[in-house]
Design a protein around this ligand. Sequence first.
Ligand code: GAL
Length: 390
Amino acid sequence: MSLHKYIFVFCFLLLTSIIVSAQNNNQVIRSKTVWNDDKGSHINAHGGGVLFHQGRYYWYGEHRLPKGDAPSGGVSCYSSADLCNWVNEGIVLATTNEAGHDLERGCIIERPKVIFNPITGQFVMWFHLELKGQGYAAARAGVAVSDSPTGNFQFLRSGRINAGVYPANMTQEERAFIFDNDKYKEWWTAEWYRAIDKGLFVKRDLESGQMSRDMTLYVDEDGKAYHIYSSEDNLTLHIAELTDDYLHHTGNYIRLFPGGHNEAPAIFKKEDTYWMIASGCTGWQPNEARLFSSPTMWGPWTQHANPCIGTDAAITFGGQSTFALPVEGANQLVIFMADVWNPDNLIDSRYVWLPVEFQSDGTPTIAWSEQWSPLDFVVQPEPLFSLFEE
Ligand code: GAL
């Protein structure tokens, strides 16, 4: 190669590395655009949640494979110091070729969430699992653990929830009521809705355990953890307490809004109020978000107006909720995380991350923002460094 060709190649490589490092030093969040990881690939972590641990953020989500909605590629993890630049930590929970295994390739893993247990020192992942070849019929929750936030997670088991146990907020009268199941073969009638309200499906699933699909986890200030999931054929949300090691359910759980068709729950606490954002139930298509609040995890939960405001508020800006992330050190910042699903190519589903705003009465609202920066919420110079230093 002649000297001027060497110089040309050198200049080209220099320019490329400047562009790449400029891209890699992004400090803004642009919802719905392609978000590249440190290797330049679109982040593949859908239906996910973020764990903050020892100064670093860990984003876990569904690793989708090209085309279609199954099979699952496992759970992926990305890490970041600033919520804008993400390092691909790989697949932290993989499917397996072992025939008959709960995670046999061909299964569907959705909405994984990870929490840290200070008693055991373990990272605990819960996720929605559908068994290979069964569509969405299994409606199970799976659990896996790891000693490190970046895995690998060891799968423990999957199943339905709280078998043989009635929800704490089901009255004695409801528990004693005997349904004439033949009367409710036709769904969506007024009579059927009344029966759902009284616990028709809770009873149907009492012995096998309650169904669990869309889900999130929430750890309260006292260290108690809760599993919040769409149950009863996606008709009713349940909030179930986890044991102190976060690996089992205690049997203490409640039903929320029977027949309300709430999916994709995301929970955060602001001052003394628990807020929950959920979606309606329209598959991959976006719908209007729902907002609920309660003074305790056990209720009473109250429904509010759609928290989204402005253009496309009626379809949650094209997204579906997945997680609410309070950002430590950033004044008041809670990030609403949602997925803009592309069912024809789920890998290319995009992310909507927007800051939650709080009205003077404390009610959260979410407005569209073309781009914004978590740095805008950092008011003290000290936290800015401890929070955003690589
Ligand atoms: C949605 C749900 C997604 C996925 C999808 C499958 O309602 O929120 O997580 O399960 O259905 O159609």
